[in-house]
Design a protein around this ligand. Structure first.
Ligand code: RRO
Length: 311
C-alpha cells in the first residue's frame, strides 16, 4: 500500500498536496471545492483585519510558463475566514486547516494574532511575511530586523501552532541569516516560496496586468528551480522540528516528488490549480503514487530530504 500521508507539527493529513494561498480560497464556495477534493487540506486567502477589494483588474494572468499576479490582497476580512474555520472544525474534528493572515501594519498583525489566540481555532496559522503586491508596503521577510522584531513580539503572547510564508531568497548568506532568525522561535513550519516578486510579462508591446504598470508576482513553471532551492536550503539550515511546506512550480507528480526530496513535508499548488481546477489534486496525487511505486517507496518519509549530491 502506497500512502501520501504527512504531518505538519502534531497534525496529520491524509495527503501531502493542497492549494497554495491565493488560489481557490477566497470564499467558502471555493474553499469547499478544495475541501471536497483529494487535497490533504486547504489554506485560506491571506486575511487582513478588514475586507479588501485589492488592486484594479486585470490583476492575474496565466501565461504559457506560469502566471503573473498583482491581486493586492483582496480578501473577505479576518472574521469571515475565522467563522468558517470554526464551523469546519466542529464539522470535521479530525481534520486540520490552515488560516493565512497578515496585517497591513505590525500593530494590525498583532491584533489578528491576538484574536486567533483568544479564539477556539485549533488549526495551523500561516503568517504571510511575503506579499509582494501592496503598493508602498515592502515584503516583510526581506527585512530581517523587522522579521525578528515581529516574531519576538508575537511569541510573547502567541502559543498556538504558527508557520511563516516566505518569499524566495537568492543568496546563500540570506538563507543563513533567515534560518538563524527562524531557529530562535517556536515556529511549526515555514512555507517556501511565495511568488517571485515584481516580474514583468509583456504581450503585444503591452503589460498583461494593470496594477503597478504590469509588475507582479511570478508563479508556475518559471519558479520551480528557485522554489526547490529554497526548500532545500532551509531544510539544511532549520531545526528538524520545523516542517517545510514546498510551494512553486508544481505541474506534475514529479514536481511534488522533487519538493519532497528537497525536504518538503507538504506541497502546495497555485498556478496549476488556477489553470486546471481542483481535479488537479487527484491527477497529481496519482502521478506521485506512480513514481513512488516505480521507486519502491511506500511513504513520503522514505525519501523526504534525501536529495543526492555529486561526489
Ligand atoms: O494578494 C496578492 O497580491 C498576493 C499575495 Br497576499 C501573496 O502573498 N502573493 C502573491 O503572489 N499575491
Amino acid at each position: 500500500m502506497i500512502t501520501t500521508k504527512t504531518r505538519i507539527g502534531n497534525f496529520e493529513f491524509n495527503n501531502c498536496i493542497m492549494n497554495a494561498a491565493g488560489v481557490y480560497c477566497y470564499d467558502k464556495e471555493e474553499l469547499e471545492k478544495v475541501l471536497n477534493s483529494e487535497a490533504g487540506t486547504f489554506v485560506t486567502k491571506t486575511a487582513t483585519l478588514n475586507v479588501r477589494e485589492g488592486n484594479p483588474t486585470p490583476r492575474y494572468k496565466d501565461t504559457e510558463l506560469g502566471s503573473i499576479n498583482s491581486m493586492g490582497l483582496p480578501n473577505l476580512g479576518f472574521d469571515y475566514y475565522l467563522d468558517y474555520l470554526l464551523e469546519l472544525q466542529d464539522k470535521y474534528p479530525n481534520r486540520t486547516f490552515i488560516f493565512s493572515l497578515v496585517g497591513l501594519s505590525k500593530e494590525e498583525t498583532h491584533t489578528l494574532l491576538k484574536k486567533v489566540q483568544n479564539s477556539d481555532f485549533k488549526g495551523l496559522v500561516e503568517l504571510n511575511l511575503s506579499c509582494p503586491n501592496v503598493p508602498g508596503k515592502p515584503q516583510i521577510a526581506y527585512d530581517f530586523d523587522t522579521t525578528e522584531t515581529i516574531l519576538k513580539e508575537v511569541f510573547e503572547y502567541f502559543n498556538k501552532p504558527l508557520g511563516l510564508k516566505l518569499p524566495p531568497y537568492f543568496d546563500l548568506v540570506h538563507f543563513d541569516q533567515a534560518a538563524e532568525i527562524f531557529n530562535k522561535f517556536p515556529i511549526v513550519f515555514i512555507n517556501c516560496i511565495n511568488s517571485i516578486g515584481n516580474g514583468l510579462v509583456i504581450e503585444d508591446e503591452k503589460v498583461v496586468i494593470k496594477p503597478k504598470n504590469g509588475f507582479g508576482g511570478i508563479g508556475g513553471e518559471y519558479v520551480k528551480p528557485t522554489a526547490l532551492a529554497n526548500v532545500h536550503a532551509f531544510y539544511k539550515r532549520i531545526r528538524k522540528d520545523i516542517n517545510i511546506i514546498g510551494t512553486g512550480g508544481v505541474l506534475t507528480g514529479r514536481d511534488v516528488f522533487e519538493h519532497i526530496l528537497c525536504g518538503a513535508s507538504m506541497v502546495q499548488i497555485g498556478t496549476t490549480l488556477h489553470k486546471e481546477g481542483p481535479e488537479v489534486f487527484s491527477r497529481i496525487t496519482n502521478e506521485l503514487k506512480e513514481i513512488m511505486k516505480e521507486k519502491g517507496y511506500s511513504s513520503i518519509e522514505e525519501f523526504r530530504g534525501k536529495l543526492k549530491y555529486m561526489d
